[in-house]
Design a protein around this ligand. Structure first.
Ligand code: GN1
Ligand code: MG
Length: 355
């Protein structure tokens, strides 16, 4: 039997179970969205390698291999199944006694989520070559996301540009800082790493009884990238007291106590491998990734909701407004964010770059 499952915007996800199975084992079945992931074999190669590497390392550390996702192989021994119409399917073991949240409810939850993503990066920091496939090239290339927005504004295929002039203006103002992170990478200050790239709070499984993070999920965008992409997306989804679909952008605000928990949680697990320049620039990430996500929602709104699933008219514009409100709130509080990261790093005895 099957039920539609979860709140992802990209794939079709189902919870599968059999009434005849005495053990009551459930599974997660996903139809891979090939409009977004054009190279599903490469995608599954990445996912398989990542899951096995993380599983092995956890086992070596005696942490128990059950604390990570596991793929169910087909009878042929593959990590995915291709059906007669050329669609790709994959199946994960369902994690019992675990749940996800769309909004971080407590600072403990923020700490746990950030520590889980930091640990994930740390576990992958020695992934043997070859380099993972770039399944979505330039995924967090913020200047390119700006270019895509400009194209959408120019072409305006569904005549919506007239509906979002204030948002277009906001995006263009943000555009001057879009390159900050990538410029540091080009300068050789911050290195490429293996990162998750989609660290929404609802991509963390929490133990229902203990409230502890069990593992991170949604490994589709695990790719080479900057640690800032992950820390930034965490700040985007953990610090506001509102979800992406909040109806009133006036309610969207960056909560400093949540950011503090986030910085401490993240550095508690990722601090061991980060360099000083990475730690010293973490506070910039939230605003850039938040504004970038707003730019993506705005672009999709202008293109007629072709990428992000939208159940209502204007939903992607609403999502964009929420992201821009949050990015603005982060800009206003950027000094406090910088100080919080520095204090957290200091507490953990991590090296910091000269001021
Ligand atoms: C998409 O898979 P899902 O729905 O959690 C998107 C992310 C965005 C997010 C915004 C592959 O994530 O990049 O941040 O929506 N994933 C992809 O909610 O584009
Ligand atoms: Mg995803």
């Amino acid at each position: 039997m099957a039920d539609v499952f979860g709140s992802g915007h990209i794939h079709d996800t189902f919870l599968i179970w059999s009434p005849d199975d005495a053990a009551g084992q459930r599974h997660i079945l996903q139809l891979i969205n090939r409009n977004v992931f054009r190279q599903p074999v490469q995608l599954m190669d990445n996912v398989g390698r990542v899951i096995r590497h993380v599983g092995q390392k956890l086992e070596q550390r005696g942490a128990g291999a059950d604390r990570c996702l596991s793929l169910v192989r087909t009878l042929q021994g593959d990590d995915f199944f291709v059906d007669d119409s050329g669609d790709y399917w994959r199946m994960y073991e369902y994690l019992d006694g675990a749940q996800t949240f769309d909004v971080a409810e407590t600072t403990d939850m923020a700490f746990e989520a950030a520590a889980a993503f930091g640990r994930f990066q740390e576990l992958l920091s020695d992934l043997p070559p070859p380099r993972l496939h770039e399944v979505i090239p330039d995924f967090h290339d913020t200047p390119r996301r700006m270019q895509a927005l400009e194209n959408a504004i120019r072409e305006d295929p569904v005549d919506r540009a007239r509906l979002c002039q204030p948002e277009i203006e906001f995006a263009r103002t943000f555009g001057s800082s879009a390159d900050e992170l990538l410029a540091m990478q080009r300068a050789g200050d911050i290195p490429e790493r293996v990162v998750h790239n989609d660290t929404k709070i609802n991509n963390v499984m929490f133990d229902t009884d203990t409230g502890k993070a069990i593992c991170v999920i949604d490994l589709d965008t695990v790719m080479p990238g900057l640690v800032h992409f992950d820390f930034g997306d965490l700040a985007r989804t953990v610090t506001p007291d509102a979800g992406e679909d909040e109806r009133d952008a006036g309610n969207v605000e960056m909560r400093l106590d949540m950011f503090d928990a986030l910085a401490r949680g993240y550095l508690s697990s990722a601090g061991s491998f980060l360099n000083a320049a990475e730690v010293g620039s973490l506070h910039l990430a939230g605003r850039i990734i938040t504004a970038e996500t707003g730019v993506r929602f705005l672009t999709d709104f202008l293109e007629g909701d072709r990428y992000f699933r939208a159940d209502r008219l204007y939903q992607n514009l609403l999502r964009c407004r929420n992201q821009f409100a949050l990015a603005e709130s982060m800009k206003q509080q950027s000094h406090a964010m910088r100080d919080i990261v520095a204090a957290a790093a200091n507490e953990l005895g991590l090296s910091r770059p000269p001021a």
